[in-house]
Design a protein around this ligand. Structure first.
Ligand code: SF4
Length: 376
């Protein structure tokens, strides 16, 4: 049997954060109840797609999945287990907002078999919190103590670094305070100011902003590595054995099935997403948008995702995914890039991988763009 990830997109938030460009709508308890039933129905209706798969990772993303109550979460998990084969030791993650976490939160979710918690802390600084226009749930001392009390669990914290005026001292202090909680995993994002967001309209890009972001990026990376976290993906660090099994599926070009409005799937060679329309979805209109792409698009997407991994791309993986001609042309381009500072060879378990060297991680997007341009 093949393995696959299951992704449930929970599209509700208390209020939109000013920097956010993800699909979500304001939380409404009536709609959340309808959404739960619709997702369960959609899973049952789509289960044929997964009859040859074993789900080894289930991920509730959003939005703010921790807004669902326990019985709603249980209803969806039952629908998954009733219709799809699930591994006994599957990683089951829920993204959470600090506002939803109290001393009973972790036990209640663990009783439902959730075993990984990805928490959107983003900042420990109230000025940064206001600057970001973040909604609900500032991670205060009470919150940090609850995380510390639960440090034996599989907890991941999200951190947005390199805000416009953030000093190195402030970034170092913030990440060290987060490390003290004993979290097993960190996702560290550089602030990305997307067009169309409220933050973009009030953001004044300072001079040398790229240099500022690079300085903070390497500072945070060094602190995490000094504290035993392994840098395994551009933005992700973990203690050994605590990498995100679900997100690794995206980066390794492995299969996953998404449920819920705006959820994406890559399963049985097909790529599609559900329309970003919560109300329609709740009425049972599971409108699928098929993603038809050329082989070159698929190849570039593979390079784009796999080069995010710090181990890089192995020749064996290229061989397993693409025909000889494509694999040869990619390897030729990679070899040319080895003569620049944009790629280097890395040996993992004796197998040659191509990866972006440490000093160029910050320009990974540019490296990928240039590689894809050279591919015919
Ligand atoms: S909580 Fe997350 S998904 Fe919701 S608006 Fe804020 S950043 Fe976006």
């Amino acid at each position: 049997m093949k393995t696959a990830g299951i992704y449930i997109h929970v599209p509700f938030c208390r209020k939109k954060c000013d920097y956010c460009s993800f699909y979500s709508i304001p939380y409404d308890s009536g709609l959340a109840a309808k959404f739960t039933d619709a997702v369960a129905e959609n899973i049952a209706a789509t289960s044929d797609l997964l009859k040859k798969h074993n789900a080894d990772a289930i991920y509730f993303g959003g939005g703010t999945p921790s807004l669902l109550n326990d019985s709603q979460l249980d209803h969806i998990l039952r629908a998954v287990r009733d219709n799809i084969s699930v591994s006994e030791n599957a990683e089951i993650t829920i993204e959470c907002n600090p506002a939803d976490i109290d001393s009973g939160f972790f036990n209640a979710k663990s009783d439902l078999s959730v075993n990984r918690f990805s928490i959107g802390v983003q900042t420990l600084n109230m000025n940064s919190y206001s600057f970001l226009g973040r909604n609900g749930g500032f991670a205060d001392e009470r919150f940090l103590n609850v995380i510390n009390d639960n440090s034996w669990r599989n907890i991941s914290l999200d951190y947005i670094s390199a805000l416009k005026n953030q000093s190195s001292e402030n970034a170092a202090e913030e990440i060290k305070r987060m490390i003290k909680t004993g979290a097993k995993h960190f996702s560290v994002y550089l602030l990305s100011v997307e067009q169309g967001t409220p933050l973009f309209s009030r953001f004044d890009f300072p001079e040398n902003y790229d240099d500022h972001q690079a300085e903070i990026y390497y500072l945070v990376k060094n602190i995490l590595e000094e504290n035993g976290y392994r840098h395994y993906e551009i933005s992700n660090y973990s203690m050994k054995g605590y990498e995100s099994a679900h997100n690794l599926k995206y980066w390794n070009f492995e299969e996953y099935a998404g449920f819920g409005p705006a959820a994406h799937s890559f399963i049985n060679g097909e790529r599609y997403s559900f329309k970003d329309d919560v109300k329609g979805f709740c009425e049972g209109n599971f409108v699928k948008i098929t993603d038809s792409r050329t082989e070159k698009d698929a190849l570039c997407e593979f390079i784009m995702t796999a080069l995010r991994l710090r181990k890089g791309i192995s020749v064996n993986r290229l061989k397993s995914l693409f025909d000889d001609e494509i694999q040869q042309s990619v390897t030729d381009v990679f070899r040319r890039f080895l003569e620049t500072s944009m790629l280097e060879e890395n040996r993992e378990n004796g197998v040659i991988h191509f990866r972006v060297p440490d000093e160029s991680i910050i320009i990974t997007d540019t490296v990928i763009e240039q590689i894809c341009r050279e591919l015919v």
